[in-house]
Design a protein around this ligand. Structure first.
Ligand SMILES: [Zn+2]
Length: 190
């Protein structure tokens, strides 16, 4: 008697991960740039689940709803104003609740993240607590302004750009690869 064939059950909905759904949304967006009027739902859930993304990367206020797209980081409305004043070459600001997003921008957000940027700033002594910022007349706004006008910040956004270009050229987005070396590690200064 042959083995009894096990019935193959269709994959249940909860077996499909958030990453899978987000990747499907991204693929739709890649094929049709108008498929989502705003940041797609699963992509947004994934974005908010990333390390450090529940606080503004510049001032630490909770639940930031704006993005500094060039850095793949989330900022509060106040800090988004600072980013705007840096000019679009330094920082492009977008709302994660209201604006329309394209495929590449969303991938950039999912490959960036506040923790990654903070770690990078820490390595380059660009955290608000760094010695170079311990000048009495500097307000927090000045600090945000100063850190994004640095060569380090330029390096970070160029590196993120190249990484995204490379990733997108390899085909559909498959979620973040955890073992990647932290961005900018090769440029360690301490
Ligand atoms: Zn802020």
């Amino acid at each position: 008697m042959g083995p009894i064939a096990k019935p193959v059950s269709p994959q249940s909905a909860d077996a499909i991960s958030l990453v899978d759904i987000a990747c499907a949304e991204l693929e739709e967006l890649r094929n049709n740039p108008d498929s989502y009027p705003s940041f797609p739902h699963a992509c947004k859930a994934l974005l908010l689940d990333m390390d450090g993304n529940l606080k503004c990367v510049d001032c630490g206020i909770q639940n930031p709803e704006w993005a500094a797209v060039n850095y793949g980081a989330l900022v509060c409305i106040n800090c988004s104003g600072q980013h705007r004043s840096l000019g679009v070459n330094n920082s492009k600001v977008r709302s994660i609740t209201m604006d329309h997003w394209n495929h590449d921008e969303i991938v950039k957000m999912l490959e960036g993240g506040n923790r990654q940027l903070e770690t990078f700033f820490d390595r380059h002594s660009l955290l608000p607590t760094s010695d170079k910022f311990l000048v009495p007349q500097l307000s927090h706004d000045n600090i945000s302004f100063m850190r994004y006008k640095t060569k380090a910040a330029l390096f970070y956004r160029q590196h993120l750009d190249h990484h995204i270009e490379d990733l997108i050229s390899r085909g559909p987005y498959k979620g973040r690869r955890r073992k990647r070396r932290p961005l900018g590690e090769q440029n360690k200064t301490k």
